[in-house]
Design a binder for this molecule. Structure first.
Ligand code: F6P
Length: 361
């Protein structure tokens, strides 16, 4: 059995990261007698040798805490790492440093807690011979090999609470309130929170919208003497004849473009075409912060203990996953194959349509 392992968190933070770190560390130390090394700031720490021991005492009390005690980044890809050559910044493959630092600390295997970007790197490292176990994290819930990623449930609860609160002003001032939520290629947060919060319009990346349909829905509500409307839009939503709204490009990030601004675009157009005062709220990183829900704490804990079991059984190149209500595992190849996007025949979409919610098409 492996005796010493490393653990890192990569990509954007998500509620439940600390719960996974705690579960992996406690199970590895107490159940399997392993030593656990915590790697700081994702793959960056593995490249730059920022590594320290994590004992069971170090993870006491972190279960309800948001964020990650190890730090994280959505930069520092070892296969595309910025280095200075002469007076120029270039990108190079520095994956040999990962293997060097694993060996300096006698770490025989690595737990990577991350989303599609981090798990794709984990898969590449595994292909080069590193013993890796993955844990699926992302508030976007866009990994296809698991029924749910941890972090999503908490983000959903935050977005739903925001819609509930926006109803107050919408009703009192007879306004259209637009809520922009995260979800770059997958609209799970928008769809589920829109349904849970009773939105009138839900716009997701998977269903390019027609502005006329949105306007039509809001006008119809006015005719029915419903004086306000709630629109929930995913940051990656786009019109049928247009593109996503990009704030800036980020060359060395796992996410090559920073999205944001579609809520504003929708609010301006709605106000122009309906004459109704329209306001926008961008929920942003509030969705990633705070204490995980009970569901996310339990899911993260189950994922963490199963990741430790996989290490003990020497089942590498795998990612823990949820299938139905059972914790299982899939290969990293399967885990990173395709994104989990909302399918047009998804049950929540069918329900939304039956309730008369406009999906933009
Ligand atoms: O992947 C999760 C996510 O929350 C996306 O929905 C969003 O586009 C991205 O992270 C934002 O990342 P950052 O905090 O780096 O801007």
């Amino acid at each position: 059995m492996v005796k010493k392992i490393g653990i890192l968190t990569g990509g954007g933070d998500a509620p439940g990261l600390n719960a996974v770190i705690r579960a992996v560390t406690k199970t590895c130390c107490s159940e399997y007698g392993m030593t656990v090394m915590g790697i700081e700031n994702g793959f960056g720490g593995l490249i730059q040798n920022r590594i320290r021991e994590l004992t069971a005492a170090d993870v006491t009390g972190i279960l309800p805490r948001g964020g990650t005690i190890l730090g994280t980044t959505n930069r520092d890809n070892p296969f595309h790492y910025p280095v200075v050559k002469g007076d120029k910044k270039v990108f190079a493959d520095v994956s040999d440093r990962v293997f060097e630092n694993m060996s300096i600390h006698d770490m025989e295997a690595l737990v990577v807690i991350g989303g599609d970007g981090s798990l794709a790197i984990a898969r590449q490292l595994h292909d080069l011979g590193l013993k890796v176990v993955g844990v699926p994290k992302t508030i976007d819930n866009d990994l296809s090999a698991t029924d749910q990623t941890f972090g999503f449930d908490t983000a959903l609860a935050t977005a739903t609470e925001a819609i509930d609160k926006l109803h107050t002003t919408a009703e009192s001032h007879h306004r259209v309130m637009v809520l922009e939520v995260m979800g770059r290629y997958a609209g799970w947060i928008a769809l589920a929170s829109g349904l849970a919060g009773g939105a009138d319009v839900i716009l997701i990346p998977e269903i390019p919208y027609q502005l006329e349909k949105v306007i039509d829905k809001i006008n119809k509500r006015s005719q029915q003497h419903k004086k306000f409307s709630i629109v929930v839009v995913a940051e990656g939503a786009k019109p049928e004849d247009g593109e996503m709204v990009v704030q800036k490009t980020v060359e060395d990030s796992f996410d090559p473009v920073r999205l944001g601004g579609i809520g504003n675009v929708i609010a301006q157009q709605v106000e122009k075409h309906t004459g109704k005062e329209s306001r926008v709220t961008v929920l942003g990183h509030l969705q990633r912060g705070g204490s995980p829900t009970a569901f996310d704490r339990i899911l993260a804990t189950r994922y963490g203990t199963e990741a430790a079991n996989l290490l003990a059984r020497e089942k590498f190149g795998a990612m823990v996953c949820l299938q139905g209500n059972t914790i299982s595992s899939v290969s990293l190849a399967e885990a990173t194959g395709e994104l989990n996007q909302v399918k047009p025949d998804n049950d929540m979409i069918k329900s939304a349509r039956k309730l008369g919610i406009c999906m933009g098409d």
